[in-house]
Design a protein around this ligand. Structure first.
Ligand SMILES: [Zn+2]
Ligand SMILES: [Zn+2]
Length: 366
């Protein structure tokens, strides 16, 4: 059996640790900060530094490190330069070490069983609307988390505060997604949108464009406090739109900070319509939303709805939030077979693509 130094003397080189990948370390730092819902501002330095270094050949990074002029590169400041130097010397950057210790393991204790059978995420945002990262970074992170697929669902035109996509911008985005596909394969980045449910229940995007998207999430973002007598028909009209696949964060509530009350609607009627039309009710995993609340979740199960457990991530690290939704789904006793993102991509696409005669969720699909 070979032993250390068994073939001769130990070389001094073998004694020093191999350099780590500074880009991977910076991305990991950003990921952990995002997962902890840190401000985009605090994360940006690490994302920018990682992007700058990722565009350079490793020899060039080494050259700058030896010359001591890393800080001259775009986006590299004191903290990020120190991290890179530590990585290159073969040690885990102190900053990263501290974060790993601060946030060990998954975001919450429960939900492991259901999370293990999820194959994708159907609600995510990029920097094309109000997300913090470019499309490829979101997609690569989704792939690294073990997903088979991820739906890109940036906002629709009327949500101007979130830089919603005009039809032209959405068409351009579709070309970008198509061009990325070969790079990501076999992982699938699916085309989609989080389209606003307008006050009259219409969806805020050209019908033809919606029909061509692979998955359509529709959500209420305006006039959240309208009376139930108006909100119920508004939601039911949207659910009846054959292009709609998933009802996003149905109550619009916020459970953190100053909070926001639930929108009022006739849950029996709304979930009944979802079940009838085969529209999935989203279990939104954002820690400040956790929407719908458990009592409505149980009601939707009772109504025979399908579900989609989605992060609504606005940054790569937030893609790791699915355990929050899985935990709640398990507490409410959801059958994993009714969760559309436990399905293989072909089944998901067949369901979402069936825009004419949706199989009722009450009939067992699988
Ligand atoms: Zn939304
Ligand atoms: Zn969203």
């Amino acid at each position: 059996m070979p032993t250390a130094g068994g073939c001769g003397r130990l070389s001094p080189v073998a004694a020093s640790p191999a350099p780590r990948d500074p880009v991977a370390d910076l991305r990991r730092i950003a990921f952990l900060l995002e997962r902890a819902l840190e401000s985009t501002y605090r994360v940006r330095a690490f994302r920018t530094a990682a992007a700058t270094l990722a565009a350079l050949p490793p020899e060039e990074i080494d050259g700058h490190a030896r010359a001591g002029d890393l800080a001259q590169l775009k986006g590299l400041g004191d903290v990020t330069t120190r991290c890179v130097m530590e990585s290159l010397s073969g040690s885990v950057p102190e900053y990263l070490q501290a974060l790993e210790e601060e946030h060990p393991g998954p975001v919450t204790a429960g939900g492991a069983r259901l999370r293990a059978v999820l194959r994708g995420d159907c609600h995510t945002h990029s920097d094309w609307s109000d997300g913090g990262s470019p499309i490829p970074e979101m997609a690569v992170t989704g792939r690294e988390l073990g997903h088979d697929y991820m739906v890109l669902t940036d906002h629709s035109p009327r949500l101007t505060v979130a830089n919603g996509l005009s039809p032209e911008r959405l068409r351009r985005q579709l070309e970008i997604v198509a061009a990325l596909q070969p790079v990501l394969s076999p992982f699938r980045l699916l085309t989609g949108i989080e389209v606003d449910i307008l006050e009259d229940g219409a969806l805020d995007q050209e019908e033809g464009l919606l029909a061509g998207l692979e998955v359509v999430v529709a959500s209420v973002h305006s006039k959240l406090r309208m009376p139930a007598a108006e909100m119920t028909p508004r939601m039911i009209t949207a659910i009846g739109n054959p292009n709609m696949d998933i009802l996003g964060h149905c109550t619009g509530r916020y459970v953190r900070g100053r909070g926001r009350p639930e929108s009022q609607f006739d849950a029996d009627a709304v979930f009944g319509a979802c079940a009838e039309q085969g529209v999935a009710v989203e279990i939104n995993c954002r820690p400040e939303r956790l929407d719908p609340p458990r009592r409505l979740l149980r009601q939707a199960i009772e109504a025979g709805c399908l579900f989609s457990i989605d992060t609504d991530a606005h940054a790569p690290g937030q893609l790791d939030w699915q355990r929050y939704g899985c935990e709640r789904a398990e507490e409410c006793g959801i059958d994993p077979a009714r969760v559309v993102n436990t399905w293989p991509v072909e089944d998901l696409l067949a369901w979402a693509g069936d825009h004419s005669h949706r199989p009722s969720a009450r009939k067992s699909r699988r």
